[in-house]
Design a protein around this ligand. Structure first.
Ligand SMILES: C[S@@+](CC[C@H](N)C(=O)[O-])C[C@H]1O[C@@H](n2cnc3c(N)ncnc32)[C@H](O)[C@@H]1O
Length: 279
């Protein structure tokens, strides 16, 4: 398989799926491999014949879409982001207390096999539960991929996915040596749900939303704007949005957010922002 043939194919098909080529450039090899396996399974020879096949078989687009999902994730991914989030979470708990909420509601959009969702549990146990003000975290993980969600519900991982997680936490939060399975205390207050964020989002409000390495890397600008608006609609005033450390937000929602760090942590402005100037 020649790389230019696949690049050419991707540049033509990604806009039809509302995805953008620039997001896929670096990770194209795994997508190309999957697409090639798919067209060989259909008895086709090359990307040119696959393109023709797609014209005659519109149902095949769902398989192309599935081939274009990047599923890389790991616990405590971009450690500095979680270190900074740990500084912000007490303020979020205070906000929850002021609102008389019984828990801090978190949504991980595009949660893959649950690595990000379960990253929040040791943070709750080891960094937050000892604070004078405390509220438990309730975490919803959503992903389009049912297979990844089944792995998330199982909660067992190879050692490699834990390498960024603080070492003492691994021993306390996981059982096992070849497969590391989360202990029951670190699975409480967690739900997983299958959702395509392009078409559906949760009905409730959240104090914290993580949407990392999904919409703001792979989606085309218009779709990014739509997703960001959906996220903002579901974030309580003064709630926190975390995007990927290397991602940036589309222009439309920026006016509703305050940038808290250069690593992708934002706060939704309060209803009465900017604060009135006391004279
Ligand atoms: C690169 S992973 C990022 C995982 C995690 N957020 C992280 O940063 O480690 C992207 C995830 O988004 C999921 N995904 C892709 N398209 C999606 C969609 N339209 N709706 C919901 N999830 C999607 C993929 O299945 C994958 O699990």
């Amino acid at each position: 398989m020649k790389d230019p043939d696949c690049v050419n194919f991707l540049q033509q098909i990604l806009p039809k799926l509302h995805l953008r080529w620039s997001g896929f450039q670096r990770v194209r090899r795994q997508v190309c491999r999957r697409l090639r396996n798919r067209f060989l399974k259909l008895g086709l020879e090359d990307f040119t014949s696959y393109r023709t096949y797609l014209l005659d078989h519109p149902d095949e687009w769902s398989n192309v879409d599935a081939c274009c999902r990047i599923t890389i994730s790991r616990f405590y991914r971009d450690a500095v982001v979680f270190e900074q989030l740990c500084q912000v979470l007490p303020t979020l708990i205070q906000l929850g207390q002021e609102r008389r909420d019984s828990s801090i509601c978190c949504w991980c959009a595009g949660c893959a096999s649950g690595e990000e969702v379960y990253t929040l549990k040791p943070i709750e146990h080891f960094r937050l539960s000892g604070l004078k003000l405390f509220l438990p975290l309730h975490i919803l993980g959503t992903d389009i991929d049912e297979y990844l969600l089944s792995r998330a519900r199982r909660g067992c991982y190879p050692k490699g996915t834990l390498k960024e997680l603080p070492k003492p936490w691994i021993a306390k939060a996981f059982d096992g040596d070849r497969q590391y399975c989360l202990k029951s205390a670190f699975r409480e207050g967690i739900e997983f749900e299958q959702q395509d964020i392009r078409k559906q989002m949760p009905d409730s409000l959240f104090h914290l939303i993580l949407c990392r390495y999904l919409a703001f890397t792979y989606f085309e600008p218009m779709l990014q704007q739509k997703v960001l608006q959906g996220i903002l609609d579901r974030l309580v005033p003064e709630g926190i949005l975390v995007i990927g450390k290397k991602e940036s937000l589309p222009i439309n929602g920026k006016s509703q957010l305050i940038k808290l760090s250069s690593t992708g942590i934002y706060q939704k402005k309060s209803a009465n922002y900017p604060p009135s100037n006391p004279r």
